[in-house]
Ligand binder design. Structure first.
Ligand SMILES: Nc1ncnc2c1ncn2[C@@H]1O[C@H](COP(=O)(O)OP(=O)(O)OP(=O)(O)O)[C@@H](O)[C@H]1O
Length: 375
């Protein structure tokens, strides 16, 4: 006998159910819209960073996902189940089985560090609870403080305990809001690294809010970059850095040189070279955005004629790289002041003539209005 055949959509068959899905979420405070139609999902085991400037709506979105803010419009799903839909359903935060750690996560003052971390582990046998809590404290460098009380810890230490407490139950979804913000720079790097390893070992899907692009690139499998309540671009760190969809995305990841020109024969001419811009209208104004590391600088053996060549205005050692202030001269006498970042120690003298070449993979061209994107 032949088994009956069924038609199955392969994509549907293999796509895992999202750990978190936010669909068409809108939110207002006092009639002022702060989240405007956000679509975002986090796959099982995936770390997604919600990145954006202060006030763009990141925390509000995270609070909506956690159930701390009542959803006004849209849908929140956890592992396929709708946990919030306006007027129909609002599963409270404690019933959502998510781990939460916020900037100001308060510890229970009357409980020791170990008891704080054990608090969320009531479903485990007591021997296992202690073992798991100590393991998390160890991973976050706080095991030696197990018997200490929160008021005896610094703000950064309290934050690490709060992270250990959130991670201890091994929730399927972690919601973290600027969890490293009160740590000093060196400790922050270490705790970020430890947290990333714990998240990956546990396999927790994570939505992490940050305003720091480097932190997002360090932590994220995918980044959702937000501005004014809207997600502007979602993708891997590499996609956002190397294929930004608009000027805001380019500048959010660091300083860039901006050169303006008019599109002629599908190209824009700048003092450091000509770049393709065939997708923009002929005669329109374009902005050419050049990352400082896209400028390849080499010394030129022609002293005394610096005024007619591109030359060095100033050179500063920044540690791992050198920053050159350059005066770039184009063939038609166009001139531009540019910043170039060169790895290591490269400190040519003021006035040194230089040749400048563009690494086009770090050059992005958009309509000067900044609205019509293209790269
Ligand atoms: N409870 C509230 N009542 C009224 N307005 C609020 C409330 N919470 C946030 N807002 C406003 O909503 C906007 C978005 O705030 P939100 O905290 O979500 O931004 P954010 O991107 O997380 O900023 P930050 O990085 O500074 O924390 C801001 O303009 C903020 O002032």
């Amino acid at each position: 006998m032949t088994a009956p055949t069924t038609t199955m959509n392969t994509a549907e068959a293999v796509a895992p159910v999202a750990a978190l899905s936010l669909s068409d979420v809108h939110h207002r405070f006092d009639r002022h819209p702060v989240v405007k139609g956000v679509e975002l999902s986090v796959a099982p085991g995936e770390v997604v960073c919600l990145l954006g400037p202060s006030g763009c709506g990141k925390t509000t979105l995270l609070r909506i996902a956690a159930g701390l803010e009542v959803l006004q419009e849209g849908r929140v799903g956890l592992e396929g189940e709708t946990v919030a839909a306006p007027g129909r359903r609002h599963v409270p935060p404690e019933k959502r089985s998510v781990g939460l750690a916020f900037q100001d996560s308060a510890l229970f003052p009357h409980l020791s560090v170990l008891e704080n971390v054990k608090f969320g582990l009531k479903s485990l046998p007591s021997g296992k609870r202690r073992e798991r809590a100590l393991e998390r404290l160890e991973q976050l460098g706080m095991a030696e403080y197990a018997d200490t009380y929160p008021h005896m810890l610094s703000g950064g230490q309290q934050q690490r305990v709060a992270l250990a407490r959130a991670l201890a139950p091994e929730p399927r979804l972690m919601l973290l809001d600027e969890p490293f913000s009160s740590l000093d720079a060196r400790l922050r790097d270490q705790i970020r690294d430890d947290t990333l390893h714990v998240l990956k070992n546990v396999g927790a899907a994570t939505l992490l809010v940050t305003h720091d692009p480097e932190e997002a690139m360090f932590m994220a499998d995918r980044i959702a970059l937000m501005r004014d309540g809207v997600i502007v671009q979602t993708g891997t760190p590499r996609e956002l850095y190397c294929a930004p969809c608009d000027p805001f995305v380019v500048t959010f990841f660091g300083e860039v040189n901006e050169l303006y020109g008019v599109v002629e024969d599908g190209k824009v001419s700048t003092p450091v070279g000509t770049v393709e811009a065939g997708w923009l209208s002929e005669g329109s104004e374009a902005v050419v955005m050049v990352r400082p590391e896209a400028l390849r600088v080499s010394e030129r053996d022609e002293c005394g004629r610096a005024h007619v060549h591109s030359h060095v205005v100033m050179a500063k050692l920044l540690g791992r790289s050198s920053l050159l202030h350059l005066c770039a001269h184009g063939p038609d006498d166009a001139e531009a002041h540019l910043h170039a970042r060169v790895p290591g120690v490269f400190l040519p003298a003021e006035g040194q003539p230089v040749d400048i070449h563009l690494d086009l993979s770090q050059v992005f061209v958009f309509a000067a209005s900044g609205t019509a994107a293209g790269a």
